[in-house]
Design a protein around this ligand. Sequence first.
Ligand code: ADP
Ligand code: MG
Length: 322
Amino acid sequence: MLKRILVTGVGGAPGFDLARSLLRLDCKVLTADADPYAAGLLLAETTAHVLPPATDAGYRAGLLRLCAKARPDAILSTVEPELPRLLALRRPLADLGVTTWLPERDAIEACGDKARFAAVLTEHGVPTPRTVLPDELDRAPDGLLVVKPRHGQGAKDVYVCRTSEQARVLCELIPASIVQEHVTGREFTADCLVDQAGRASVILRYRLLVKGGLAFVSRTFTDPEAEQCVRAALTATGVTGACCVQGFIREGDSTSRVVITEANARVGGGFPAALAAGADYVGQYLRGLFHQEVDHDQLTYKPDVILTKYVETLTTSEGKTQ
Ligand SMILES: Nc1ncnc2c1ncn2[C@@H]1O[C@H](COP(=O)(O)OP(=O)(O)O)[C@@H](O)[C@H]1O
Ligand SMILES: [Mg+2]
């Protein structure tokens, strides 16, 4: 039967591309975003809905109203701040016949909060940049420092500085920030799918050209050590479903060749690279969503497949309503 899937966050690349991939799999796609200008709301053959932001008091009522009216079979969210809200709404959504596949609360927090993520990985012995909070700056690592928001996304408000004095000023400017050892090397993303039993498929790609936090050019590769570190990060956070894990492969003889920098409990913006490389990433995500077994044999991939993304004009129209 044709599934009706509500994709949230279609203003960003993950949601936009997920909606498009689902259309190609013959799903009936409903799109949602908090921003009425979100590009994905204009995707052909979808029905568009504007929802209150996840941080708004009106989100719960807005989402339940939408679901009661539009009756999706499932929700796939690409908006991390939405995940705790969706988790709390699991029951009323299920009562409306809406399926969700969400990580547990601890896993959502470990992925959504970079300070927590660093602590969890360190506890589990997974290599991650040394991280301190603003009031622990006297314990900051030597060398270049990265200051960034603990709940940030899209590389917004990420700064590199030289001294702890500079870091102190940046911490005053960036709300809820963390200070991290600066890592150099080749940056990669792993498009991961973790099934209900905790078994994971991991598709690695280098982030060759990054603009505004999005990998515009990616190339798939294999690297057993990077894969092993990604798996360890998935286990440490306890995340299930789709997750994109990011890290660096360092050059030179540093203690750990691979370091993991963050994980997002959603599809990554460059996941079409995984599809192009032969992995049935969205098809298997759908299977897991509807409680069917994820077939990890369908998630193998070819290395050296290159994805190039481009910003284009989606549509033009006339009117004053917007
Ligand atoms: N510790 C670090 N060392 C070097 N570069 C970093 C570090 N942390 C972040 N960056 C750079 O900033 C980008 C955004 O940081 P990230 O932690 O991925 O946050 P988000 O993508 O959620 O904004 C990364 O893709 C990376 O290029
Ligand atoms: Mg990132």
